[in-house]
Design a protein around this ligand. Structure first.
Ligand code: ATP
Ligand code: MG
Length: 286
């Protein structure tokens, strides 16, 4: 039995639960319950505050956990036992940025020399300042960091940003990116039987992730266009080609990466492809 820590209620919760669902792991999460047992996979979920997850994993209360990379980067050095990132999960992307009140002259990170900076991430900030040889006073506060400059607590802040709208509404301008974060799966060193469950979980997570980054494509093409079309569609191994009832025509099936998708579609049309269908892939196992 593997114990998996998930944020109880917050920005990571919904997508963490969705990922488990996509991995085919079913359980009943009812209201305020702190634990849930999966029906069809040997895991038990623990629902915790995200800041506590690295420590619970390090201490062995949980075996693995899903947290923001920013949380593990912040707490890593304080943990008594080693905890490692074993999988990047691609959701809850955000960045930790430095911001100053709008209108403050700012040309480089050296302008922060000797300033007071409010943050909930003192360790990440300290490392960033040390890399740039900046001496600044770090004020650790646990929430509402963005109001610190307006109440005279600090001249700058270092906080989580995704769209930047919170900064804007508090009269702040983003001046440096300190850290890029996404949700990650963390683990402590595990016994062989638990490691086997983690390997299976990672295999499922990777199959789900790969499927999200690819599309299944079906198109019709005249035989003379096939060489050019095959060149454009590498597929997993190579495209599947089957003849249509109309002679001289074929159906071509393949897999296309999401990031080059529109570019490939344009080239396929130029090469003579007709009736192109694009279908989402649920799981992709290599
Ligand atoms: P808890 O009550 O569990 O301590 P919290 O308030 O500390 O929750 P959340 O705001 O739910 O934490 O954020 C959890 C994680 O989600 C953060 O550590 C970060 O990695 C990510 N995150 C935070 N803000 C954003 C955002 N605006 N967009 C995307 N991801 C974000
Ligand atoms: Mg928290």
């Amino acid at each position: 039995m593997l114990r998996v820590a998930i944020q109880k209620s917050g920005r990571l919760t919904e997508e963490s639960l969705e990922l488990m669902h996509e991995c085919g792991i079913d359980f009943a999460k009812s209201g305020g319950k702190l634990k849930a047992l999966a029906y069809n996979f040997p895991v038990e979920f623990l629902f915790l505050r995200d800041d506590d997850i690295p420590e619970y994993v390090a201490d062995g209360v949980a075996d693995v956990g899903i947290v923001g990379e920013n949380v593990i980067a912040e707490e890593h050095s304080a943990l008594q036992q080693p905890v490692e990132i074993i999988e990047r999960l691609g959701f809850s992307r955000c960045r930790l940025s430095l911001a100053v009140p709008r209108g403050t002259p700012y040309s480089s990170v050296h302008d922060l020399q000797g300033k007071r900076i409010a943050t909930s991430f003192p360790n990440i900030l300290r490392r960033f300042l040390a890399t740039h040889n900046i001496c600044a006073e770090i004020h650790e506060i646990s929430g509402s960091v963005e109001i610190a400059p307006s109440i005279g607590l600090a001249e700058a802040i270092c906080d989580i940003v995704s769209s930047g709208s919170t900064l804007l509404s508090n009269g702040l301008q983003e001046v440096e990116t300190v850290f890029h974060s996404e949700a990650v799966l963390i683990a402590r060193p595990l016994s062989a039987d638990k490691q086997k469950i983690v390997d299976d979980l990672r295999f499922r997570i990777q199959s789900v992730g790969r499927a999200k980054h690819n599309k299944y494509i079906i198109l019709n093409a005249p035989s003379e266009s096939l060489p050019a079309i095959i060149q454009l569609l590498p597929g997993i191994k190579s495209p599947t080609i089957t003849p249509l009832a109309t002679s001289g025509w074929n159906a071509v099936h393949s897999v296309v990466p999401e990031d080059t998708f529109w570019e490939i579609i344009g080239k396929l049309k130029e090469a003579g492809a007709k009736g192109i269908l694009v279908v989402p892939i649920e799981k992709m196992i290599l």
